[in-house]
Each structure stands twice: as structure tokens, then as C-alpha cells.
Design a protein around this ligand. Structure first.
Ligand code: DC
Length: 217
């Protein structure tokens, strides 16, 4: 079984998707980590971000291995390195690159073929796994999402103020929603769940109940 969880940054996808996978006994795939690792690979190569082919070549040449706990880039643990503000900002160059998307979607499909999975991203129910048995679109208000991301960054020792986090998030939302390949849109058969005011545990309870209903259908 495949459960896809798509939605904007800060909706709580990663925590919730991970815990849902644990609850169900499924494996978990964070596809955003792949776009981030590809951006880090291109950054380290010093590519010209205006050169889409160079960005795609760097992503294709990179050996990206995402497990439930760690992200490896050419064998090096980059789990923390892909979460910096800088890499987060640069990731739009890989996420907006059609060749990179095709490459990473194919990689996601290979990984997920092996077991029951909860996958998390922006295009999982629309592009990567259109036949998934259960599709969730997880969302929350822009302010709530920025508050969570801000708290997250402070906890990781980054110094950044709330307004900047909100502005960066608005930029990312716009570029995620308007790109021509793999834009952030709910699949027609996705179930929308809003997480404002809910704890991660409450969201997981809701999602687990939805998955259970799909299993019984
Ligand atoms: O979920 P995240 O913040 O780690 O995602 C990082 C970036 O990658 C974000 O700008 C959206 C993009 N992304 C994507 O385009 N498609 C996916 N399946 C997952 C993430």
C-alpha cells in the first residue's frame, strides 16, 4: 500500500508522515530531502544556477540515498547540511528543474516498489504515485506554518526573525504552486486535512483513521 502526503512547507508533513509510517508499520520516504540533497550536490560543484543542464547533470551524478533516519550524498551523511536556510533557498533550482524532477521521481518509484510506504512531498499523489491507495493533502494557514518553521530553525541554532521566515515561505509557496513541472496542487482524489490547532499526535490519529477506512473499502 502507498499513502501519499503532499502539502505546503510547514504544514507538519514530515513529523506526521514519519509517525504515521511508524504507526502503520510502513516505511517512510521524505522526497523533499532528495531535492535538497540534489541542490547541495550542485552547490558543492559550484554550478551556475542559471544553467539548467548543469544543475541536472550535478543532480544526476549525485548518489542520493534517503532512509527513514538519514540522508546520504555520495556516501556522506548530509542529514543536517540539507536543512540550512541556504540549502532550503537553493532547493527551488532543483525542484523547478524538469530533468531533476524526472530523475528523482523515477528514483522514488524504484524505492517505493519494494514495500508499504508513506511518502511525503508536493507531487506524490499527482505525479509520482497517481495510483496510490490513500492520498492526503496536509495544509495549515501561512502564519501557523511560518511559526512552526521559525521555532524549528531557532531550535537548530539558526538566527532568523519570524518575518523573514514568513517572507521566504511565501516565496517558496509561490514557486511551488506555479512551476510547470510537479506543481503543488492537491490530487483530485486527495483528502484535505488542515492541521491548525492540532498536535502532531491528533493529526496522526486522523490520518491513521483515514488509511484504515481506505483499507476496508
Ligand atoms: O518538504 P521540504 O521543505 O523538505 O521540500 C524542499 C523543497 O523541495 C521545497 O521547496 C519543495 C520541493 N519539493 C518538491 O518540489 N517536490 C517534492 N516531492 C518534495 C519537495
Amino acid at each position: 500500500m502507498i499513502v501519499t502526503i503532499d502539502g505546503p512547507a510547514g504544514a507538519g508533513k514530515s513529523v506526521v508522515a514519519r509517525r504515521l509510517a511508524e504507526r502503520l508499520g510502513f516505511r517512510f520516504l521524505d522526497t523533499g530531502a532528495m531535492y535538497r540533497a540534489a541542490a547541495l550536490a550542485a552547490h558543492r560543484r559550484g554550478v551556475d544556477w542559471n544553467d539548467a543542464q548543469a544543475v541536472a547533470d550535478a543532480a544526476n551524478a549525485a548518489n542520493i540515498d534517503v532512509t527513514a533516519e538519514r540522508v546520504l550524498l555520495d556516501g556522506e551523511d548530509v542529514t543536517a547540511a540539507i536543512r540550512t536556510v541556504e540549502v532550503t533557498r537553493l532547493t527551488r533550482h532543483t525542484a523547478g528543474n524538469p530533468q531533476v524532477r524526472a530523475h528523482l521521481v523515477a528514483l522514488q518509484q524504484r524505492v517505493v516498489a519494494a514495500a508499504d510506504f508513506v511518502t511525503e512531498g508536493r507531487d506524490q499523489g499527482t505525479v509520482a504515485f497517481p495510483n496510490a491507495e490513500c492520498k492526503i493533502f496536509l495544509t495549515a494557514s501561512a502564519e501557523e506554518r511560518a511559526r512552526r518553521r521559525h521555532a524549528d530553525l531557532l531550535a537548530r541554532g539558526e538566527t532568523i526573525d519570524f518575518d523573514e521566515v514568513l517572507a521566504q515561505q511565501n516565496d517558496r509557496d509561490a514557486s511551488d504552486a506555479t512551476r510547470t513541472v510537479g506543481p503543488l496542487v492537491p490530487a483530485p482524489d486527495a483528502i484535505e486535512v488542515r492541521t491548525d490547532g492540532l498536535t502532531p499526535e491528533e493529526v496522526v490519529d486522523k490520518l491513521a483513521a483515514l488509511v484504515q477506512r481506505r483499507r476496508e473499502a
